[in-house]
Write a protein that binds this ligand. Structure first.
Ligand code: ADP
Ligand code: MG
Length: 264
């Protein structure tokens, strides 16, 4: 990828520090980022599942899809293609299954080429985020894009998440990328709530995975096996409305809640 050449000044550290308290995010109690480093390991799937599970526990939940290539989260929640209406006050999130959903891709489609330029991207991210009318929320779940480059760093700086959930498979490539992510999070002092092992029955490598958890000193929060149903037409709420799957999902919420309340 082209090296950043933008003449834009980076966002001042002090401005970033106060962003949460001086933006619509001030009405959000906890911001939880879901990321990995690697693409295709299930970040979006788990972000949506976690949002659904927390909503079922009675919390007010928002889901912010920060992958600017496409509104993946909303597609997993609803089979209809919906986009929020922009009003003069800003962007109102969609209400899908009782979850407030906003996607960067809703807001930037016509500006995408601009968005790709590092520092400019960070500034645009801040501007757009400033305009989302979340209202009061217990949890805002951030569905992060893959990668640990500039845009990842900007997102971590901008949102100062209260906790980070690392989604990975036990495949060695996913573990290697996750290690990079963890070292950035440690440097940035973002608490790692734990690890979700996705497609847990695939890839094997139990020993490597155990060592990975030991190295990063984070607990295993949840394991989700490979589920055939995900390739069906049903949306995630439809799949997880069935009783046996429902229990699985609530287990995820309970683990995350235990960890976040222990840390904060
Ligand atoms: N546990 C799982 N079982 C079956 N398919 C899965 C599972 N987790 C994710 N997938 C599928 O893998 C693909 C990538 O998942 P996605 O959540 O979009 O990953 P990411 O956001 O990390 O790129 C999607 O087609 C999704 O349905
Ligand atoms: Mg994704």
């Amino acid at each position: 990828m082209e090296k950043e050449t933008s003449s834009c000044k980076p966002i001042e550290e002090s401005a970033l520090k106060s962003f949460r308290s001086h933006s619509p995010l001030k009405e959000v109690r906890y911001i939880i980022a879901v990321g990995s480093g690697k693409g295709g390991v299930g970040k979006t799937t788990l972000s949506v599942l976690l949002s659904l599970a927390l909503k079922e526990e009675g919390f007010l939940v928002g889901l912010y899809d920060l992958d600017f290539y496409g509104p993946n989260s909303s597609l997993l929640l609803s089979s209809k293609k919906e986009e929020p209406i922009r009003d003069p006050e800003g962007y109102k999130p969609l209400n899908l299954e009782g979850i407030k959903v906003m996607s960067l891709s809703f807001m930037i489609s016509e500006r995408e080429p601009v968005f790709m330029r590092g520092l400019l991207a960070a500034k645009l991210l801040q501007e757009l985020t400033q305009r989302v009318i979340w209202g009061p929320l217990d949890f805002l779940i951030l569905d992060l894009p893959p990668g640990t480059g500039d845009i990842f760093l900007s997102m971590i700086d901008l949102f100062s998440p209260d906790g980070f959930i690392l989604v990975t498979t036990s495949h060695k490539l996913s573990l290697a990328d996750s290690l990079r992510t963890v070292s950035i999070l440690k440097e940035k002092k973002v608490p790692i709530l734990g690890v979700i092992k996705n497609m847990s029955n695939l890839f094997g490598k139990e020993e490597a995975f155990r060592k990975f958890l030991e190295d990063i000193k984070a607990p295993l929060l949840f394991e989700l096996p490979f589920l055939e149903e995900f390739s069906e037409k049903e949306t995630l709420p439809e799949i997880f409305s069935k009783s046996e799957k429902r229990e699985l999902l609530q287990g995820l919420a309970k683990e995350v809640l235990k960890r976040i309340f222990r840390i904060h």
